[in-house]
Design a protein around this ligand. Structure first.
Ligand code: BGC
Length: 864
């Protein structure tokens, strides 16, 4: 492109090539370089997507922890998703963040995907609509959203090297659709390119997807950044449509890109185009000042600047604190709205008039409020189901801890350890140079930290010494460490153990985010001074990865700079009772109380970035716990504290099951409010629950020897594939959810389309033209006010075309009331990709199914 006539032309013309290139790689882990000459502020990015964490990966300031993505999409409500986007933008303003790295719009393909908790659904339309609303809420308040990860990034195993083999049809119809919707309907300002390859070409170099489809066909004018350390080659990425390499300060662009331009391998005009997109993002987020734009009258959306051309702060003051009353109300309400009641025999829930209750399970007292990896934040507090219910039920509640749920040691509860210098909860960490010299020593409020990535230390430490006082006095403690290298443990100055832990996992992402862990039971004195020294051993990823002949690494691959990153944790935990003792205590309590609530679930080991699950079975002996409690109690409710499908071999033995997701900092209160009827779980499932391991249209997440993962399910992802008979009958369908109402449906009919937007249906900005609109009467036959979500699925007449969700609308209905709900279907579901013609073909005729999930179809309309 020529920048001569571009509004940013005069700015770019002031920059020498080196400076332009400098702007196109991060300055630190989460910031970009600024440039005073052109009035460009250093932009700040933060993860995303369930809280705005800030610039530190671990241990930053306290920020609001939101309900996870499936609870937001679980409401099937644009307004709620928009509210979430707005709230996240407020969190960003408070921390001077320009870009939030979310939403995640990859799909739930195989239920084994470790990172599905960050993503909305197995369905592209529900995902796209939720994402578009979230982006509108966020960008409407001046903060850029970043759609991630473009594209076909549905699993984590070998994520830096795997090649998603996806047909062009499935890409267009399914995996790109949420991106397309969030671009078309909400104008997302940035996108993140994934780690993986798509059909043999890296996502950071994939000009077919980036240049031809996203920037070309869709006319998208935003900025495409790489995922962190994902950029593999200099020339191919710069020419392939990538605009920005993250993070910095080092990476495969810099001097290499300057040299490539000088050699003529990359045109300077291509660099200019990347800079234009960067400046546009800065302008949109208030990071580009009018004073720096010269005198050519360039508009800057009214942003003020000071006289020197520096950028005036675009950030708003006075946003709610993360622990303010308003946040508590919002976070509790949002969590409850997305929870899904999948079974409620005899209307046992809500628990009204229950005086005595046994609350059982590790997740009842250690409720899992978030998943693992880059989406984690440091919340001001977390709440448990035990706290929530005891506030509501008081003395009638008996709480019993459950069986173990973890497969490996975890970082200590900060309240269990004390800094020996300050006496505060937490640790003392001393950083040592290679010659043993102390670099510095600091208090850590948490018990896990990152080294070498975002800690801002000029001199990288060769070792750390973690010290803590343990005033346990209760006998044996499980003591150990998390992190690769050589550990030496001492108690009261005396060495008690050493451990050599090597990096594990198949991918640097997994190696860093899931470091090896060690712990041993040890008898400690009543008050013990414990120290744990960890000597780091930098990993030579080239050597380690070179052992896999299928992995090809360019010399400049960004990944190779991650060898000295470490995630470190200190393990200290009182040895609890045995699982058998826990189950026996739970049985006694359940028998005595009559009614039992068992909270089961996964942990951030299972639902995490950088690794996938191997089974959908609940970890530990939780299934046995449920069965034995159900046999002892008269009535048993199970709360599943997990975002993604788990197996329920005890389903027939229990009366009710509530899927509570990973509900955020107010989670314990939200679950308690739902159980007691103070709030309604209005959610509908966003993913189909398989009945057994392997019983889903897509299962495998491990690529083959050539690193290929074949998307064999094509466009028939999730419920579409189940409906086509590609897997045995599921446990629960996408869209299923009982709530506390009960519903009668009338006949459904087509509404003559006026071409405009319909009530309660179509996404704002989404064209309804040409797509059908359906109307149906629904009656709330229960005695409670409730909310119904009317779902419309399109079953094309054309053979081989899968059924698909094509529209939905929610309605709040008083008891006994009948309302007419209009659902405007989205035209993007009434087309199919024609590979031969390389274009869209219309899919006109077929049936519209009005359903509460495809297991409960209530009405049908034929499309001529
Ligand atoms: C994740 C991204 C995240 C980035 C920055 C990567 O590991 O895949 O989703 O935004 O890290 O933390």
């Amino acid at each position: 492109m020529s920048i001569g006539n571009h509004p940013f032309g005069p700015l770019i013309a002031q920059l020498p090539l080196e400076e332009k290139v400098h702007l196109l790689t991060g300055e630190t882990a989460f910031t970009l370089p600024g440039n005073e000459t052109i009035g460009l502020a250093p932009l700040a990015f933060s993860d995303g997507p369930t809280g705005v964490r800030g610039l530190k990966f671990i241990g930053g300031d306290a920020v609001a922890l939101f309900p996870n993505a499936t609870l937001i999409s679980g409401s099937w409500d644009d307004e709620l998703a928009e509210e979430v986007g707005h709230m996240l933008s407020e969190e960003a303003h408070r921390q001077s963040i320009h870009v939030v790295l979310g939403p995640t719009v990859n799909l739930h393909r195989s239920p084994l995907g470790g990172r599905l908790f960050e993503a909305y659904s197995e369905d592209p339309y529900l995902t796209g609509r939720t994402a578009a609303a979230y982006v509108r809420g966020m960008q409407g308040n001046g903060t850029a959203a970043c759609l991630k990860h473009l594209v076909a990034n549905e699993s984590e195993t070998l994520r830096n090297f795997m090649d998603s083999r996806v047909s062009e049809t499935a890409l267009r119809e399914v995996y790109l659709l949420p991106f397309e919707m969030a671009v078309e309907d909400a104008g997302a300002w940035s996108i993140m390119a994934a780690y993986n390859d798509i059909n043999g070409i890296s996502a950071t170099e994939n000009s077919h997807i980036t240049e031809e489809i996203v920037k070309g066909e869709w006319g998208w004018d935003g900025l495409l950044m790489s995922d962190w350390f994902a950029t593999k080659r200099t020339v191919e990425s710069a020419n392939g449509g990538l605009d920005l390499v993250m993070p910095g300060p080092d990476g495969p662009w810099g001097e290499r890109l300057v040299a490539a331009v000088r050699r003529g391998d990359v045109a300077e005009a291509t660099v200019d185009e990347h800079v234009v997109r960067l400046l546009r993002l800065a302008e949109r987020t208030g990071g580009l000042g009018a004073g720096g734009l010269g005198t050519d009258g360039l508009g800057t959306d009214g942003l003020g600047t000071d006289d020197g051309g520096a950028v005036a702060s675009p950030f708003k003051a006075g946003v709610p604190a993360p622990d303010s009353a308003i946040r508590k109300e919002q976070l509790r309400r949002i969590a409850a709205r997305g929870m899904v009641l999948v079974k409620n025999e005899g209307g046992i829930l809500p628990l009204e008039g229950v005086d005595t209750l046994a609350l059982v399970g590790r997740h009842a007292i250690a409720t899992q409020d978030m998943g693992g990896g880059s989406a984690q934040v440091n919340p001001p507090y977390q709440s448990t189901v035990a706290e929530g219910l005891s506030e509501r039920l008081g003395g009638g509640l008996t709480v019993v801890d459950g069986v173990g749920v973890r497969n490996r040691p975890v970082a200590a509860d900060p309240a269990f350890v004390t800094d020996p210098i300050t006496g505060e909860p937490g640790l003392r960490v001393t950083y040592l140079a290679a010659d043993g010299r102390e670099i510095d020593s600091a208090h850590e409020a948490g018990t896990a930290l990152t080294i070498g990535f975002d800690d801002g230390r000029a001199e990288p430490p060769a070792a750390v010494v973690i010290s803590a006082v343990l005033e346990n006095g209760a006998g044996p403690v499980r003591l150990g460490g998390i992190g690769a290298g050589r550990w030496t443990f001492a108690v009261d100055g005396e060495e008690v153990a050493t451990a050599q832990l090597g990096f594990s996992g198949s991918d640097p992402g997994e190696g860093v985010l899931r470091p090896p862990a060690y712990a041993e039971l040890r008898d400690l004195p009543e008050r013990a001074n414990v120290s744990a020294k960890l000597e780091f051993e930098p990993v030579d990823w080239r050597e380690v990865l070179g052992r896999n002949p299928a992995i090809k690494l360019a010399e400049e691959s960004h990944l190779l700079t991650t060898g000295s990153f470490n995630l470190v944790g200190f393990v200290a935990e009182a040895a609890g009772r045995t699982d058998e003792e826990a189950i026996a205590a739970a049985e006694d309590a359940a028998r005595a109380a009559g009614t039992a609530v068992v909270v089961v679930g996964l942990t951030e080991e299972d639902e995490t970035e950088a690794s996938d699950k191997q089974t959908l079975a609940l970890p530990g002996r939780q299934d046995e716990l449920v069965r034995r409690v159900a046999a002892a109690a008269e009535r048993t409710v199970v709360v599943v504290n997990a975002a993604t499908p788990v197996l329920m071999p005890w389903l027939a033995d229990v009366d009710a099951v509530l899927i509570a997701g990973l509900p955020g900092q107010e989670g314990g209160h939200a679950i308690a409010a739902v159980l007691t009827g103070e709030a309604e779980p209005t959610g509908r499932l966003v993913t189909t629950y398989p009945a057994a391991d392997g019983a889903s249209p897509a299962w495998e997440v491990t690529p083959d020897a050539a690193l290929r993962l074949h998307y064999t399910d094509g466009s028939a992802v999730g419920y579409r594939g189940w409906h086509a008979g590609n897997a045995p009958e599921p446990l629960f369908w996408l869209g299923h959810g009982l709530g506390y109402g009960s519903w009668e449906y009338g006949e459904a009919r087509l509404v003559p389309s006026s071409g405009g937007a319909a009530t309660g249906g179509a996404p704002t900005g989404g064209a309804t033209g040409g797509a059908p609109m359906v109307e149906v009467e629904v009656t709330n036959t229960s005695s409670r006010p409730s909310r119904e979500t009317v779902q419309v699925y399109f079953m094309p007449a054309e053979p081989g075309q899968p059924v698909r969700l094509a529209g939905y609308a929610g309605a709040d209905v008083a008891p006994g009331e009948t309302v007419t709900v209009t659902v405007a279907c989205d035209p993007r579901l009434f087309r199919r990709w024609d590979e031969a013609a390389a274009g869209w073909a219309p899919l006109g005729s077929g049936e519209l199914l009005v359903a509460r999930g495809l297991g409960d179809v209530r009405a049908q309309v034929s499309l001529p």
